[in-house]
Design a protein around this ligand. Structure first.
Ligand code: LLP
Length: 407
């Protein structure tokens, strides 16, 4: 369920590369891709990894080895995917509310664009007539973990709304733009595959409007992985089976084989990642012992942003007596990784491992409090570690200051 890298290896990486440190396991990424691929039985399946989860180039290369494409939301992500050697034909652009210049950038690079606003369609018809596009729709369905992670309901900012479908059909019929795909994304941490049923029917109904030009049906991502030892994952095999059956019926209905597109983020990389942090001290005097670590929400935001549970283990004292701790970061405001958490006794100098740190860890990291972002190491399938990003230094903090002269 979690990253299978042995503790001894993680401790040795901490020693060689310094702390804090993100460590990713290529074998876990490979396994997640294989699981996803084997769960679907459709004429054509395309995985477009949502690289907002983790966009480090070394990781994108690992994912592209399996032929997966990359879904991006900014020129920055597109460039990172291209830099990783992913051809533009395997990259998509699914932004939200961006300037049309960003769509122009994507189209000029040959990246497939997803559109969910009328003014963008009109602009594209004027400037890039004939372009093949995917339309993103909002099925008006609430699904996903934390409320901030639910984006498929009517009040959400994403996608054309259910009451816009007819209008969008009318408008695109009068345009030269070619609608070759329809898309939805319901949210993140969707553990109940039943949430997809209604949304999926909705998307197929929408797809019928463009039945003559449609090539791809994109179900988005959001497939839940377990964060807690007693937590569950989405039953991806059952989901894949059910959805494939419905998809194949739809292909029969329109008399053509279409491509099913999936856009997983977390599912591919979350369990592959660990954040290793050093304990700077333990305060015994409060209501609970409190362990301070040399990291914070500047490196890993999920607990503070979504109240998310992240499993943490004490790599240095695996057999110590179990006590409950508050585990806090070093930032100068409330900065909590865990509250009242049973842990093997924590001592100053111990190394803690925050698990499931692959997705939305490094990509959401910042320089808050003038802190550097950590290095990232990818452990290859043969067990060899590779430094795929060095830790930042003071020069990285200063170099955008106009008065800075690098020494
Ligand atoms: N496709 C689209 C259009 C998306 O917006 C997203 C995620 C995905 C795919 C991938 O979703 P995933 O499979 O990773 O759940 N920072 C939050 C998650 C935000 C997700 C944003 N969109 C977290 O740490 O839980």
């Amino acid at each position: 369920m979690f990253n299978a890298l042995p503790s001894a290896q993680l401790l040795s990486l901490a020693d060689s590369f310094g702390l804090p440190l993100f460590v990713y396991d290529a074998a876990t990424i490979d396994r997640q891709i294989d699981t996803l691929k084997s769960s679907f039985d459709v004429p054509s399946l395309e995985i477009r990894y949502a690289c907002k989860a983790l966009s480090t180039i070394g990781v994108l290369k690992q994912i592209y080895k399996h032929g997966c494409g990359i879904d991006t939301v900014s020129p920055g992500e597109m460039i990172m995917a291209l830099e990783a050697g992913v051809p533009a034909s395997h990259i998509s652009f699914t932004p939200s509310g961006v300037l049309t210049e960003e769509y122009a950038f994507a189209i000029e690079k040959g990246v497939h664009v997803h559109v969910d606003q009328l003014h963008v369609l009109e602009w594209m018809e004027r400037h890039f007539p004939g372009t093949a596009i995917t339309l993103r729709f909002n099925p008006g369905i609430q699904a996903g973990g934390h409320s901030k992670l639910q984006v498929g309901s009517d009040g959400s900012k994403f996608g054309f709304l259910t009451n816009q479908v007819e209008e969008i059909f009318k408008r695109t019929s009068a345009m030269s733009l070619r609608v070759t795909g329809v898309h939805m994304h319901l949210g993140s941490d969707i553990g109940d595959s039943g949430s997809f049923d209604q949304a999926y029917e909705f998307l197929l109904n929408v797809a019928r409007h463009w039945r003559d030009s449609i090539e791809r049906i994109d179900l988005g991502g959001g497939f839940k992985i377990p964060y807690h030892p007693n937590d569950h994952a989405i039953n991806i095999e059952a989901f894949g089976k059910k959805v494939s059956k419905r998809f194949n019926q739809f292909c029969d209905e329109i008399g053509r084989n279409l491509t099913m597109v999936l856009e997983p983020g977390k599912f591919l990389v979350s369990a592959a990642g660990n954040l290793l942090m050093e304990v700077t001290g333990v305060r015994e005097e409060g209501p609970l012992p409190m362990a301070f670590v040399s990291s914070g929400f500047n490196h890993f935001l999920r607990p503070m942003s979504y109240g998310a549970y992240q499993h943490i283990i004490n790599l240095s004292n695996p057999d110590g007596e179990v006590r409950n701790y508050d585990i806090v970061g070093y930032l100068c405001e409330t900065d909590s990784f865990a509250t009242n958490r049973p842990m093997h006794a924590i001592r100053k100098g111990d190394i803690l491992c925050l698990m499931n740190a692959g997705a939305y860890g490094f990509t959401m990291a910042s320089n808050y409090n003038g802190r550097f972002r950590p290095a990232e190491v990818l452990v290859g399938t043969d067990g060899t570690p590779a430094l795929i990003r060095r830790a930042e230094t003071i020069h990285d903090l200063l170099r955008t200051y106009t008065g800075y002269t690098p020494v």
